[in-house]
Design a protein around this ligand. Structure first.
Ligand code: ADP
Ligand code: ASP
Ligand code: MG
Length: 407
């Protein structure tokens, strides 16, 4: 009989210290059996990645991406080795691997590389030897043998990609909450756990700031229809299933509220109002590999207008430099930056068929005396850019106004 394969991913908080690593080791060995092989993907211990990042930023405001990948990928190498040691101590066979060792080949986009192929040879060999396999999350290697990382939260992507490559029966994401909630339970303590959520809703929530899953991992899970079980590493309770939309699933207008504090706003003032200018500005920024989100252009006065847009805070310095260069080339005015912004969003696949959600959102924010700076929408979401120090208040008000604590 062919053995079943389970992929289990443990996030940074689940392996934050020695006691927790021992807890993970216990949990992992309880799943290994004659009929089941286990692949474990681990994140770096606790806040290691943030700490490594801050070391680099003490040396440079724009550290080279290649060197950042060399640095950041070390975190996961520590946790996978420690977990293998802890499992062996429990009397089980285990072996740890880096991304490179299990053949996770990526493109050359340092810090947000895409996985191209996974050659699972070493994993299959380890299974034959009846070993539990531990893989360092968040990393891969280019065809030039350079180490890459998969974007923050990228261990989720490693887990999903391995589940696909190994045709795993189950892919579990263990974290410090017991599932996906209607909003971040750290902001709203009476947020509700969601039993089932669609790939589309989760993708939207993740892209709009719900840190609990990396957006790109959901894209891959959706493409290959890999159901994900998000659950707590501290309890045995069932968590949330992220699955394909089925007809039976109730169309809920608003599934959740998200908040993203990782963006910053750039405004380029007095831009000449002529065809081709926006293409020049955003062409230059995209050449730097920076993703621009919401864009707003003001009504022109005297043939000049202001253009505001948001970028990830991590790319702000690079984006400001690029904007200043193109700004002076096209004869625009000052370039301003604002880090005190947040995006609050409502997400729900029922928005396709329910109307009035956006209007109710704007009214709720107005009643809470919160000014809206920018607005953007998709088929299943509405987002407002507001002042960051009012973000938690906005999330609480919206959660209440849409009665999400009652679902
Ligand atoms: P890990 O280290 O396991 O990858 P993360 O810190 O990346 O964990 O993600 C888990 C955190 O995501 C939770 O502690 C929670 O505060 C936050 N979070 C944000 N939005 C949500 C949500 N809608 N549901 C659950 N958790 C959320
Ligand atoms: N350690 C990396 C991060 O903090 C990857 C991950 O945890 O998934 O982003
Ligand atoms: Mg995470």
């Amino acid at each position: 009989m062919e053995k079943e394969i389970i992929v289990q991913k443990f996030g940074g908080s689940s392996v934050a210290n020695i006691e927790r690593i021992k807890n993970v080791a216990q949990r992992v060995v309880s799943y290994k059996s004659k009929h089941t092989d286990v692949v474990v993907v681990v994140s770096a211990l606790g806040d290691t990645t943030d700490e490594l990042e801050s070391l680099a930023f003490q040396l440079s405001s724009t550290p080279p991406d290649r060197e950042m990948d060399m640095l950041l990928s070390t975190g996961e190498q520590i946790s996978c080795a420690l977990l293998a040691i802890a499992i062996k101590e429990l009397g089980h066979e285990a072996i740890s691997f880096t991304g490179r060792q299990v053949g996770i080949k990526t493109d050359k986009t340092h810090m947000k590389a895409r996985i191209i192929t996974i050659d699972g040879k070493r994993i299959n060999k380890a299974f034959k030897d009846d070993k539990i396999v531990i893989v360092a999350g968040y990393q891969g290697v280019t065809s030039d043998d350079d180490i890459t990382t998969l974007g923050r939260g990228g261990s989720d992507l490693t887990a999903v990609a391995l589940a696909k490559a190994l045709r795993a029966k189950v892919c579990e994401i263990y974290t410090d909450v017991d599932g996906i909630y209607t909003t971040d339970p750290r902001i709203v303590p009476d947020a509700r756990k969601i039993k089932q959520i669609t790939f589309d809703e989760m993708l939207e929530m993740a892209s709009l700031g719900a840190q609990v899953m990396q957006a790109r991992s959901i894209e891959v899970a959706k493409r290959f229809n890999i159901p994900l079980h998000v659950r707590s590493s501290f309890s045995k309770e069932e968590g949330t299933m992220i699955i394909k939309e089925t007809e039976k699933m109730e169309e809920i207008a608003v599934r959740g509220v998200t908040c993203n504090k990782t963006e910053a706003k750039i405004t380029i003032c007095s831009v000449p109002d002529k065809p081709g200018i926006a293409a020049k500005i955003f062409g230059e920024i995209s050449k730097q590999g920076i993703n621009v989100d919401t864009i707003v252009q003001n009504v022109p006065h005297d043939r000049l207008s202001d253009i505001s847009f948001t970028v990830p805070k991590a790319d702000l310095n690079k984006a400001i430099k690029a904007t200043q260069i193109i700004g002076s080339r096209i004869g625009a005015g000052e370039v301003l930056e604002d880090r005190n912004v947040a995006r609050v969003s409502l997400v729900g696949s029922g928005m396709r068929s329910h109307s009035g959600i956006a209007a109710r959102m704007f009214k709720t924010l107005a009643d809470a005396q919160i000014n809206i700076g920018m607005i953007s929408t998709s088929e299943i979401s509405v987002s407002c850019i507001i002042q960051q120090d009012l973000a938690d208040k906005a999330v609480k008000s919206l959660h209440k106004a849409f009665k999400l604590e009652q679902i």
